[in-house]
Design a protein around this ligand. Structure first.
Ligand code: TYD
Ligand code: MG
Length: 456
């Protein structure tokens, strides 16, 4: 007699979800070491067939006859989230919100129904009890009448309930707590996470219901999470930032319906997350006059310019090998910039410890920060402060030349708007529409910069 359900072992990479029939030290797909974990999977028919019936109109149609229902985007009344989504939530889309525990994923996802009482929302909680969600909702405030809450961890039951209720928006918190009864293995394993997400995806596409799916990531990536799901879902939004600090950054990592180079800033307050529409305010209260090692960069994240503070500390190395460490900035780029200072401008930094920190827990990858990093390092090295009304926006090349960056005029305008009096840019930057009240200083190389900056 054949057993009803056979199981076999497969190995999954917890970093990228790659599947392999045997254990390997290094994942062949993503190259990570020690990420393969064993899981038992059942060789039965997939539950997708049991749960989801394909919609009836699954026949091919002419592309020209397909309507674009862009007007069908739903506004969530949180302008920053709408902007990240590319102008509102698209019907039938599956949006993953990833982030470390405690960063604010549940808060944001509960804030959406509270601020949109006209939407019928089904909020599925697999982590917290109904009373805990209620407490959080009362803390956030807002209208709770049209929000249904359901405590469940079996994904098939979640989908069944969603079919019954037919909400305008489904929120599932979190994917790691959900399981499908068709699979072996505990919730949170790679195969469970992937199965739950694909069942939800199928429900979203079939019913046109948008879904917010919450996923945890840990620093080590030890729990199967957003990385595994990135290719299944339509949109990935990721929370970043220090969860001890007040600011939380929500970044678009993937978006099938909009740009990914967008960033939204939120502040965690006593009553939920508050949008920070002017992110430069992150920097201004922290900026003290007369400190050495501080330089302000007019950077661009996505399409928005904002100003950010770069801090540097340069001190004599206590041990033989100097330390170089960067928080929020690429360490290799820092090493390159230090080498440029050493070789092209003759600053003796080889025997110095250099630490760089970008304020606000932000990770920057805009090359326009180069100049601010160099100036912060020099300022700390000489112990000479940079005037507080001065900022920088330029890239530094390998031969010490100062290169222009994209949209210099917008950076200059943002700096002027925030009351900065002088900005250093590349000699080659085109700054046509200069706002009044700011002096644009054009410099060609590091030597010229130093002469200009520390001449007083
Ligand atoms: P939470 O949304 O539970 O994080 P996640 O779901 O990503 O794990 O956020 C929890 C943190 O936010 C917790 O430390 C408490 C804090 N918090 C506030 O500061 N203010 C609030 O209004 C709420 C609801 C939470
Ligand atoms: Mg949570």
């Amino acid at each position: 007699m054949a057993s009803p359900m056979k199981t076999k072992s497969v190995w999954f990479c917890t970093s990228c979800g790659n599947e392999s029939p045997k254990w390997m030290g290094q994942c062949p797909a993503c190259g990570e070491w020690n990420t393969m974990v064993e899981e038992k999977v059942a060789k039965g028919p997939s539950s997708e067939r049991k749960v989801a019936s394909l919609s009836k109109d699954s026949v091919s149609v002419r592309l020209s006859e397909v309507g674009t229902d862009d007007s069908q985007r739903i506004s969530l009344h949180i302008a920053e989230v709408d902007r990240l989504l590319g102008g509102g939530l698209v019907r039938g889309s599956l949006v993953l919100i990833g982030g470390e525990p405690g960063i604010g994923k549940s808060t944001l996802s509960l804030q959406i129904p509270m601020m949109n009482p006209e939407l019928k929302v089904l909020y599925v909680t697999g982590e917290e009890s109904l009373a805990q969600v209620k407490m959080r909702a009362s803390r956030i405030g807002g209208n709770q009448d049209n929000c249904l809450i359901y405590s469940q961890t079996c994904i098939e039951d979640v989908i069944q309930e969603a079919r019954r209720v037919n909400p305008d928006l489904l929120i599932v918190d979190s994917v790691q707590t959900m399981y499908s009864y068709s699979l072996e293995g505990s919730s949170g394993s790679v195969s469970q996470v992937r199965e739950c997400a694909s069942l939800l995806l199928r429900y979203a596409k079939e019913s046109g219901t948008p879904i917010f799916l919450i996923g945890h990531i840990t620093k080590e990536g030890s729990i199967a999470g957003p990385k595994v799901l990135e290719h299944i879902v339509d949109v990935v939004l990721q929370f970043e930032g220090e969860n001890r600090g007040a600011y939380r950054l929500l970044r678009g990592i993937k978006n099938r319906f909009g740009s990914t180079s967008e960033l939204a800033v939120f502040e965690m307050t006593g009553t939920g997350l508050r949008e920070v529409t002017n992110p430069s305010e992150m920097l201004i209260p922290m900026h003290a006059e007369g400190l050495s090692g501080v330089a302000v960069c007019a950077m661009l994240d996505g399409t928005r310019p904002f100003l950010i503070e770069v801090q540097a500390l340069v001190s004599s190395a206590a041990y033989g090998t100097p330390q170089r460490s960067a928080t929020g900035f690429d360490q290799r780029r820092l090493n390159m910039l230090l080498a440029v200072l050493e070789k092209r401008s003759g600053f003796k930094l080889a025997q110095k410890d250099v630490f760089i920190n970008v304020a606000g827990g932000l990770k920057v990858n805009d090359p326009a920060c180069d100049l601010a990093v160099i100036c912060a390092v020099l300022s700390s090295n000489f112990d000479l402060s940079i005037p507080a009304d001065l900022c920088f926006a330029a890239e530094v090349g390998l031969s010490g030349e100062i290169r222009p960056v994209s949209q210099t005029d917008r950076r200059v305008s943002e700096a002027a708007r925030l009351g900065f009096k002088r900005i250093f840019v590349s000699k080659y930057a085109s700054v046509e529409h200069v706002m009044k009240g700011i002096e644009v200083v054009k410099v060609g190389d590091v030597t010229e910069l130093v002469k200009n900056l520390f001449k007083e």
